[in-house]
Design a protein around this ligand. Structure first.
Ligand SMILES: Cc1cc2nc3c(=O)[nH]c(=O)nc-3n(C[C@H](O)[C@H](O)[C@H](O)COP(=O)(O)OP(=O)(O)OC[C@H]3O[C@@H](n4cnc5c(N)ncnc54)[C@H](O)[C@@H]3O)c2cc1C
Length: 321
């Protein structure tokens, strides 16, 4: 909002009342397979739940290098700040035996009764190249620009790397209100192995190649170079390593069910649990799938404790998970 207020065009439009005439994108709605509409705040709730976890664990937890399980570990895990419902005292915690020990690259050890692991199946990639221009050279009312080859079929980049540009065929144009905030931006979409390739290229290489490409398609030699460029790097990010899971041809979705099965120890069941979009065969590749897989594993633990904790026990469920 701060940036909007500083934008003179935005202020003028707002004052004149024209801002209300700018079309908005339709809102998103979510429907459950249980036959009802989900709360419109679904996405915000997921975001807030994530924030809560980061606040609890700290955002700088190290990269996990190893998970030991089916053991007996007893050093208290370092908590930045206890969650309100987890009220074990420090001495109680030290005495506790944990079957799982998560070891981070920075040497930190996190002890747990259960670990929900995010794992992957076949992992794709998709890249977005953000190109910022001084002025728009495209028509004002377009939402996307597609580049159509009428007489050419690009060869695979696995045999000819130079063909990559031919696969950058679609550019999104931000909506009018977004333009007021962010300026004149085109977003180029790069699929699969093209995404892997563009991640390795410099901004200069991308800028020159895409500008020449656009000149050819627009039939104009005066298309400018972008004033800035930003390319996503999902594959090379060591914590992400790609975009989302996919099932290769001939692979049954049941492998995702298998992936979702917990590791069962000799003394403690369900020590390592698997969540993440790749464990949801009906919703893989989506945030909804990732969120619901977390719910599924939480339900699994809740069911486990319902079975094993005697109703008369004074120990609450909260204290054990
Ligand atoms: C460009 C793009 C567009 C997308 N668009 C949509 C969309 O429109 N709608 C939609 O529903 N979905 C979309 N998705 C997919 C969606 O973002 C993912 O499906 C979802 O985020 C997966 O969640 P996850 O919890 O399974 O995995 P992630 O969100 O990847 O979470 C895994 C976490 O584990 C951490 N981690 C990994 N390795 C280690 C390690 N060794 N040690 C410690 N931590 C580690 C990572 O840092 C990360 O925080 C898009 C994805 C991309 C890339």
């Amino acid at each position: 909002m701060g940036r909007q207020k500083k934008n003179p065009v935005y202020c003028l439009l707002k004052k004149s009342g024209h801002l209300n005439q700018i079309p908005e994108m339709g809102k998103e709605t979510f429907y459950s397979n249980k036959g009802h509409k989900l709360d419109a705040n679904f996405a915000r709730c997921a975001y807030e739940a994530g924030e809560e976890i980061i606040r609890y664990r700290g955002s700088n937890t190290g990269r996990i290098s190893k998970i030991k399980w089916d053991g007996s570990f007893s050093v208290a895990p370092p908590h930045n700040e206890p969650l309100p419902t987890h009220t074990e005292s420090a001495s109680q915690e030290k005495a506790r035996q944990y079957p799982v020990c998560v070891i981070c690259e920075n040497g930190e050890e996190i002890l747990a009764d259960h670990v929900i692991v995010i794992d992957k199946l076949c992992f794709g990639n998709i890249a977005k190249i953000f190109l910022e221009y001084e002025e728009a050279f495209w028509e004002n009312d377009v939402g996307s620009i597609s580049l159509i080859y009428e007489d050419d079929t690009p060869a695979s980049v696995s045999t000819n790397k130079m063909q990559w540009l031919k696969y950058v065929q679609s550019f999104s144009v931000p909506r009018p209100k977004e333009r007021l905030m962010f300026g004149h931006i085109l977003i180029g979409w790069c699929p699969a192995d093209i995404a892997d390739l563009v991640e390795t290229m410099t901004d200069g290489e991308l800028s020159t190649a895409i500008t020449d490409h656009l000149k050819m398609f627009f039939g104009r030699s005066n298309i400018p170079q972008p004033k800035s460029i930003l390319c996503t790097k999902w594959r090379s990010n060591k914590f992400i390593k790609g975009s989302y899971a996919f099932l290769p041809v001939g692979v049954d979705g049941q492998v995702m069910d298998t992936l979702a099965q917990p590791l069962v120890g000799s003394r403690h069941p369900d020590q390592i649990l698997f969540a993440g979009e790749a464990t949801m065969k009906t919703l893989y590749g989506t945030v909804q799938g990732a969120l619901l897989s977390g719910h599924r594993e939480a339900d699994r633990l809740a069911a486990h404790y319902k079975k094993t904790v005697a109703p008369t026990s004074t120990t609450s469920l909260d204290k054990q998970v």
